[in-house]
Design a protein around this ligand. Structure first.
Ligand code: NAD
Length: 258
């Protein structure tokens, strides 16, 4: 039976790959995020074709609690409920703490952490009614270890693990699991765009930027694929994962083993 899925920040990268696998599994998917209207319409159409059922886009800005509440309400109105929530929207800003712009800190905490509180808060009554639900938070290797100059991102990602565990305990007896996925570097369009610039700035080849800058911390020296992260999300949403709750699954090429 088709399940009803919301994936935040899913007009690009990992979120879009997650939307794809759920649509392929025949689920109804609501995507969210920014982009060109025509491109988003094409994505929704493609998801509808893939799933042979429904798909939609909601433009909620993940910094705005009332828009986030409307994302869940509008999806539930159209699909009938929300069974699977994937909190994926995330942004980055890199600066020393003493130079870190206050508005960049506030934005990252809002999008990468608080938005998940707002979505989870809104889906709980829907999931409790069905006595079934899956909440999957896309965290990061930076939920487990830090890197310099990423204070807001690291703080938000560590925070999301705390929220994951707390929600899992509160929802354990309602057939609702809550887990986090912690990816290492994933070659999303965002990361891809940074490579030529970094190569020019550092006088390196693009290959050197990948292995010596981006993948320095990743022992496999290879990127995680967005599709690999999506496959893990699909597993966490399955019935086989019903006893997996309140934890994180790393998919980071060995980064956090060191
Ligand atoms: P991306 O930039 O490709 O996609 C981000 C998505 O979020 C886009 O759809 C964008 O429109 C949306 N978005 C941005 N601001 C928003 C807002 N205010 N409201 C609603 N949507 C908004 O990024 P990605 O690399 O696919 O990252 C997705 C998630 O995975 C993030 O939480 C990120 O922290 C996490 N992650 C990424 C990597 C990586 O290497 N790419 C590694 C670990 C974790």
């Amino acid at each position: 039976m088709a399940r009803n899925v919301v994936v935040t920040g899913s007009t690009s990268g990992i979120g879009l790959a997650i939307a794809n696998v759920f649509a392929e599994a025949g689920d109804r998917v609501a995507i969210n995020g920014f982009g060109e209207t025509q491109e988003i319409e094409a994505q929704v159409h493609r998801l509808q074709q893939l799933s042979k059922t429904d798909a939609m886009h909601h433009a909620a800005d993940m910094t705005k609690p009332e828009e986030i509440a409307d994302l869940i309400a509008a999806t539930s109105r159209r699909f009938g409920s929300v069974d699977i929530l994937v909190n994926n929207a995330g942004v980055q800003h890199i600066d020393k703490i003493e130079d870190f712009p206050i508005d960049a800190w506030d934005k990252i905490i809002a999008i990468n952490l608080s938005s998940s509180f707002h979505t989870i808060r809104a889906v709980i009554p829907l999931m409790k009614t069905k006595k079934w639900g899956r909440i999957i938070n896309i965290a990061s290797a930076h939920a487990l270890v830090a890197s310099p100059f990423k204070s807001a991102y690291v703080a938000a990602k560590h925070g999301i693990l705390g929220l994951t565990k707390t929600a899992a305990l509160e929802l354990a007896e309602f057939g609702i699991t809550v887990n986090a996925i912690c990816p290492g570097y994933v070659l999303t369009p965002l990361v891809e765009r940074q490579i030529p610039d970094t190569a020019r700035a550092r006088g390196m080849t693009e290959e050197e930027v990948k292995t010596e800058v981006l993948l320095k911390a990743q022992p496999t020296k290879d990127f995680v694929k967005a599709e690999d992260v999506a496959a893990l999300a699909l597993y966490l949403a399955s019935d086989a994962a019903r006893q997996v709750t309140g934890t994180h699954l790393s998919i980071d090429g060995g980064w956090t083993a060191a």
